[in-house]
Design a protein around this ligand. Structure first.
Ligand code: UD1
Ligand code: UDP
Length: 387
């Protein structure tokens, strides 16, 4: 088998985390067959949204960083496309690997497909059926520019089939004859790999935050629909504050900078109230090992994050999903995650239900066996071999 050149494109926090599973599998099992080039668009640039993951997850320094930074969707995406295109023309990779649904994913898909480099989309087929979310547009466009599509769940695979992708396609695979797969989720690979390490390396972290195991709520809010709609952000955070006081339970919230900016700009009084409330702990974004520890030791999780929803499941924690819909539908069907939107009544009722629940919730293994990255790399090698 020949030695192939693979470009891994990352930009936002969860993509760096996801790419670490692929990088690790290349390093440990495919280093004689695959050369990885890591391209960071620079969509996330703050240390705690980017560098911390390179250090902690032992990913090598990006070979390229476009340093695109923050901007409106169109400008940010176009700067990425321009930068990615130049690198693709120079490196002429055998394939381009993309993760998830961010603007960096979309830019990679457009730049690579127009230059006829095969696009590999990891986390393909997910749909929220809400095109008001930028992620939904990014997912659909990226899937339809891809050659290999790795769907992490059965429902994601079915979404692709509904959109015309054919499971029976045979090699050689191309953008016009793409291959869809049902795989597990590489985030689960990571959780299995890092959960033990998190407890070993971050054992003092709960004490530092003044938290007791199983006695606090972990909450994150960062999606555009919640941060840029002030009434939603206010409803969510006021409900958290009142629940924390009523149940005398701590809420720890590692908040994305965009949430803090929105709070300071639009809800300064509420931000002050939250900062003064002894049950609310707003902290800067934490590292992946710290986050893993918080997830593992929390009582319940409330989030609008895709990744954190799944991690709540990996750690068998009930989850309040601060959205109207989710692309991780199996969690909701399983009734261990509940869509509470930004509705104070739903948040309150579901919080109380889970908080007081004494029975045993079931957390089936929806997301593979923790070896998804290896499977994906094997299929990429076979695609390049048969091209
Ligand atoms: C992006 C993704 C979202 C993903 C999230 C992961 C898109 C459209 N959205 O959202 O799907 O869930 O990443 O965290 O791609 N900012 C900083 N420092 C940074 C980066 C951003 O302060 O290092 C602030 C800036 O004010 C910026 C805002 O956050 O304008 C939004 O950043 P952006 O990268 O556009 O989107 P995210 O909200 O991070
Ligand atoms: N995460 C982290 N530190 C934080 C918040 C999240 O390491 O302060 C991790 C989290 O464990 C998950 C990923 O980031 O693996 C999810 O990213 P995010 O919520 O930013 O984006 P989404 O998954 O919604 O796209």
């Amino acid at each position: 088998m020949s030695f192939i050149n693979l470009i891994n494109i990352v930009g936002a926090r969860p993509q760096i985390i996801k790419a670490s599973a692929i990088s690790r599998a290349i390093k440990t099992q495919f280093s004689d067959k695959i050369k990885e080039i890591l391209l960071h668009t620079g969509q996330h640039y703050d240390k705690e949204l980017s560098q911390v993951f390179f250090d902690e997850l032992e990913i090598h320094k990006p070979d390229y960083n476009l340093g695109v930074g923050s901007a409106h969707h169109g400008r940010q995406t176009s700067l990425m496309i321009t930068g990615i295109e130049e690198i693709l023309l120079k490196e002429k990779p055998d394939c381009v690997v993309l993760y998830g649904d961010t603007n960096s994913t979309l830019a990679g898909a457009l730049a690579a497909s127009k230059l006829h480099f095969p696009v590999i989309h990891i986390e393909a087929g997910l749909r929220s059926f809400n095109k008001n979310m930028p992620e939904e547009i990014n997912r659909i466009m990226s899937d339809h520019a891809s050659t290999l599509l790795f769907a992490p769940t059965d429902s994601a695979l079915k979404n692709l089939m509904r959109e015309g992708f054919k499971p029976e396609n045979s090699p050689p695979y191309t953008i016009d004859n793409p291959k869809i797969y049902l795989t597990g989720d590489i985030m689960y690979d990571n959780t299995l790999f890092f959960a033990g390490l998190a407890e070993k390396k971050k054992s003092a972290f709960l004490d530092v935050l003044g938290l007791e195991k199983d006695k606090f709520i972990l909450a994150t809010v960062h999606r555009e629909i919640n941060t840029d709609d002030i009434s939603r952000l206010e409803a969510i955070l006021r409900t958290f504050k009142s629940l924390s006081e009523e149940f005398t339970v701590k809420f720890v919230m590692p908040l994305h900078p965009r949430t803090i900016i929105s709070l300071k700009t639009n809800l300064a009084d509420l931000y002050k109230e939250l900062s003064e409330c002894r049950f609310i702990k707003i902290i800067p974004p934490v590292s992946f090992l710290e986050m893993t520890l918080l997830e593992k030791t929390s009582k319940l999780i409330a989030t609008d994050s895709g990744g954190v929803q799944k991690e709540s499941h990996f750690f068998c924690k009930p989850c309040l999903v601060l959205r109207k819909e989710t692309e991780w539908v199996e969690l909701v069907k399983n009734r261990t995650a509940v869509l509470v939107d930004a509705d104070p009544v739903k948040i309150r009722n579901e919080f109380i239900r889970f908080y007081n629940y004494t029975g045993e919730l079931q957390y089936p293994r929806f997301y593979g066996d923790g070896r998804t990255a290896e499977f994906i790399l094997g299929e990429i090698l076979s695609m390049v071999d048969k091209a």
